[in-house]
Design a protein around this ligand. Structure first.
Ligand code: NAD
Length: 491
């Protein structure tokens, strides 16, 4: 058993030890403590915000080349330490080791893109016109509070840190208590490359979160998490009219058209991965599959075949494993409740995949992946975000009906349409979502060069792409007119 590690808050460039700590367990072996993180107080959150506020005064005026070089050095440090960070992430989170490495790879890809693109975003524009000159600059906002969830703790933090710091903001970041360790290591590596106070780290529960979202020195909130939490954040932030990027829950649908090629085994495998990657705990995973009734039976058979092949449940450190445990006990119970609820109303629940390490299933936070057939299209297993290893398949008869079922959701994060490309495109254009993918889904269609975010209750604003950098800037217009005389103002 590896010795537990201890991570600390980082306030004004220094580790800030605190007496109160909590233990993060290993979801595969819950009796094993992976490490300890602090339970920071509201007062410590205020210290971190004050440090970021003070640091902003100089950092906002810092040289862009210098910022980029610092971020590039941080990227190299993360690359050097990836093997160790990935192991830690896998142990505290429960995702397979290759999946943890993949999360770090996506983070690095984005950080590199942000370094390459920031100039384009912040370069000032000069407009010369008949009434003089106007300069348009893209100014940083100030202190950013970043609050992140447990499912992709490193990538959902770096997606905020890189654009915020590169565009001249300072930050206080609070990770989730369900995966606080590996992300703390990454934040430490980045913070080391920047002046004290530019990047601060604080841990804790909702009271710390409330301070980060209501303190008047905070200019922007960059939040990824549940829609319910976002509603309280919006209320807390309203008093001081903060800028906000909210990346929230989803109930992403995959729509399989009659033109879908059932012999395309690679496409069906992509669909399975898009349902069960990271044990289904991804905001953009396909959480409900609608299949045209003309191909429903055959599709279900092909799907089961592909799922039984790809899904191998086991120890995240077993190289054969594709699906590890669920991250925490509460999530296991929630997903189990949805499955049991659908079953009690007559749905058929079909176990999928092979169990590689049966000895772990009892004690660890494991859930056998399942396919749910015959659920009512409005059953909670279909319309709620499950965030776990289960997926319902529902037949539909015509396009209008399936588009309506898709669009009646309160969510609209990503979606996918599967079938002949032009046909799928025509359906995609009528779907309400932030991203729609054709013949692929979830991270397999994610490209850090393009904006990502949700419509309706799935979010506000965009991350990734140029837009993700722009969201940390404010347009500042400096007007130098030739004349200030306006004809309608009397002498
Ligand atoms: P959560 O909302 O429970 O927690 C997210 C973060 O908010 C945690 O750090 C938590 O400690 C903090 N928090 C809790 N109460 C708070 C409060 N009152 N004020 C401020 N902060 C508070 O979410 P979770 O369970 O960690 O993550 C799962 C959810 O995240 C899912 O709904 C998933 O869809 C969503 N998610 C969305 C995206 C996206 O890009 N749209 C990506 C990943 C996850």
């Amino acid at each position: 058993m590896t010795e537990p590690i201890t991570v600390h808050a980082i306030i004004n460039g220094k580790e800030a030890p605190t007496d109160k700590q909590f233990a993060r367990e290993n979801p595969t072996h819950p009796e094993e403590v992976v490490g300890y993180a602090p339970i920071n107080t509201k007062e410590e959150a205020i210290q971190a915000i004050d440090a970021a506020h003070e640091a902003f005064k100089e950092w906002r005026l810092s040289d862009l080349e210098d910022r980029i070089q610092r971020m590039e050095r941080a990227i190299q440090k993360i690359k050097d330490e990836t093997p160790e960070i990935a192991k830690l992430l896998s142990r505290e989170h429960g995702k397979a080791l290759w999946d943890a490495e993949g999360e770090i790879a996506i983070s690095l890809m984005w950080m590199e893109f942000a370094c390459k693109t920031v100039k384009e975003v912040v370069t000032e524009e000069l407009r010369e016109h008949d009434n003089g000159r106007t300069i348009i600059t893209k100014d940083p906002l100030g202190v950013v509070s970043a609050i992140t969830p447990w499912n992709y703790p490193i990538s959902l933090s770096t997606i905020k840190i890189a654009p915020a710091l590169l565009t001249g903001n300072t930050m206080v970041l609070k990770p989730s208590p369900f995966a606080p360790l590996a992300v703390s290591k990454v934040v430490q590596l980045i913070a080391n490359e920047f002046p004290p106070g530019v990047l601060n780290l604080i841990h804790g529960e909702a009271d710390v979160g409330v301070e980060l979202t209501s303190n008047e020195k905070v200019a922007k909130i960059a939040f990824t998490g549940g829609t319910k939490t976002a509603k309280s954040i919006m209320k807390a932030a309203s008093e001081t009219i903060k800028k906000m990027t909210l990346e929230l829950g989803g109930n992403d649908a995959a729509i399989v058209l009659p033109s879908f090629d059932l012999t395309d085994t690679k496409a069906i495998r992509r669909m399975v991965i898009s349902n069960f990657l990271t044990s289904g705990q991804i905001c953009m995973i396909a959480k409900r599959i609608y299949v045209h009734s003309s191909i429903y039976d055959e599709f279900v058979e092909k799907y089961k075949e592909a799922a039984n092949k790809w899904i191998r449940v086991g120890d995240p450190f077993n190289p054969e494993t594709t699906v590890g445990p669920v991250n925490n006990k509460g999530q296991v119970n929630y997903v189990k409740g949805l499955i049991d609820g659908a079953k009690s109303k007559g749905a058929e629940v079909i176990p999928l995949g092979k169990v590689l390490n049966p000895e772990l299933m009892e004690n660890g936070y494991f859930l056998q992946p399942t396919l749910v057939l015959g659920a009512d299209p409005h059953d909670p297993i279909v319309v709620e975000e499950q965030f776990g290893p289960t997926v319902p398949i529902i037949p539909f008869d015509d396009e209008e009906q399936v588009i309506e079922l898709h669009n009646e959701s309160i969510y609209g994060l990503t979606s996918s349409v599967w079938g002949e490309e032009e046909h799928a495109l025509s359906v995609a254009r009528r779907i309400e979502a932030g991203t729609t993918m054709i013949n692929t889904a979830a991270v397999q269609g994610l490209d850090v060069r393009f904006p990502f975010g949700g419509v309706k209750q799935s979010g506000v604003g965009r991350e990734y792409g140029k837009e993700g950098l722009q969201s940390y800037t404010e347009t500042h217009v400096i007007n130098i007119p030739k004349t200030l005389d306006l004809p309608y103002i009397p002498e």
